[in-house]
Design a protein around this ligand. Structure first.
Ligand code: ADP
Ligand code: MG
Length: 293
């Protein structure tokens, strides 16, 4: 490969909104046959909104919003931001938790106004032996079947509410998947979110293969497993959670709208966070290499 031809390729990349870490990156794009896509913030906007609050009988919605909102206010997760913003809108200023801990891939836990509070996946509540009563379990199932993320809220030893949080699929995602398929790549959706939510999103954008409910530290193992099957894997992601998987992939594509950790781990950055540019990047790299040969 002549350095000049590669420079031309990367210069054209910058025009398209692609930053390429080094010329050697172009080489890895040629063999890529599988593309793993993170859901939240990559295929979806990641700008979530709080839609609904389901409570048990005897639980006041305002209490749910005050306690869950205060705890989530201390977290930067997209789900947490939606809950904190929705709570502030409905009940006003939130108190500062007396104690707070992030539980990656599961939610948050802490103490608010003297109450021990949990907010997150049902699995987080399971760990504390606080099952969802049947009414809330039904609300959760219905929300997830509709593609929404259901967040459970418990305090003082009891599950008391389910919050429905909605994220929107990016307008460009379905077109991006079509273009990636046209290049011969098999798309796979990878997420820590619930399977029903993941499948609803996958169906909306035209992805057949879904790997859901994956803990943040296990995303890298999914990439390794696919590589072990002889596949050459591209991974697209935006979160801190995605960094290790981006580094492990044969080609790591980071959303420019994402976290610094993801951008540092990627080989290539999609500056505007437009997934269609992932297909442009792969086509450009292949064409650049064809010119050199
Ligand atoms: P993703 O892989 O979709 O980017 P994560 O691995 O960060 O998501 O989280 C997986 C799931 O855990 C989320 O979809 C959400 O249901 C739950 N979760 C994580 N953090 C929080 C939080 N702070 N509050 C509520 N739920 C959370
Ligand atoms: Mg993400």
């Amino acid at each position: 490969a002549t350095p000049t031809a590669l420079m031309v390729g990367t210069g054209r990349g910058a025009q398209l909104g692609i930053l390429i870490k080094g010329p050697e990156v172009l080489e890895s794009t040629r063999k890529v046959d599988t593309i793993v896509l993170d859901k939240t913030g990559t295929v979806t906007t990641g700008r979530m909104t709080l839609l609904k609050v389901h409570t048990t009988r005897g639980t006041a919605e305002a209490d749910v919003l005050r306690l869950a909102g205060a705890l989530e206010h201390a977290s930067e997760h997209p789900v947490a931001r939606a809950i904190a913003a929705g709570a502030t809108e409905r009940v006003g200023a939130l108190s500062v938790p007396e104690d707070f801990a992030n539980v990656p891939g599961l939610g948050v836990q802490g103490v608010v106004e003297g109450h021990a509070v949990l907010v997150g996946r049902e699995k987080l509540l399971d760990a504390w032996a606080m099952p969802l009563p049947s009414g809330l379990a039904r609300a959760k199932e219905e929300a997830e079947a509709a593609g929404r993320t259901a967040v459970a809220v418990a305090w003082d030893g009891e599950a008391r509410a389910v919050l429905e949080v909605a994220d929107a699929v990016k307008a460009t995602s379905a077109e991006a998947i079509r273009r990636l398929r046209a290049l011969g790549l098999t798309p796979i959706l990878l997420t820590g979110d619930n399977r029903a939510v993941a499948e609803a999103v996958a169906a909306e954008v035209g992805i057949d293969e879904v790997i859901a409910e994956v803990m943040p530290q296990d995303k890298v193992d999914v990439v390794k497993r696919l590589q072990g099957e002889g596949r050459s894997v591209a991974m697209v992601g935006d979160g801190v959670n995605d960094a290790a998987a981006l580094a492990q992939a044969d080609l790591g594509l980071a959303m420019g709208t994402g976290t610094d950790a993801a951008i540092e781990a990627g080989d290539l950055t999609l500056v505007r966070g437009d997934l269609r540019v992932a297909a442009d990047a792969i086509r450009l790299a292949r064409r650049t290499l064809a010119t050199i040969k």
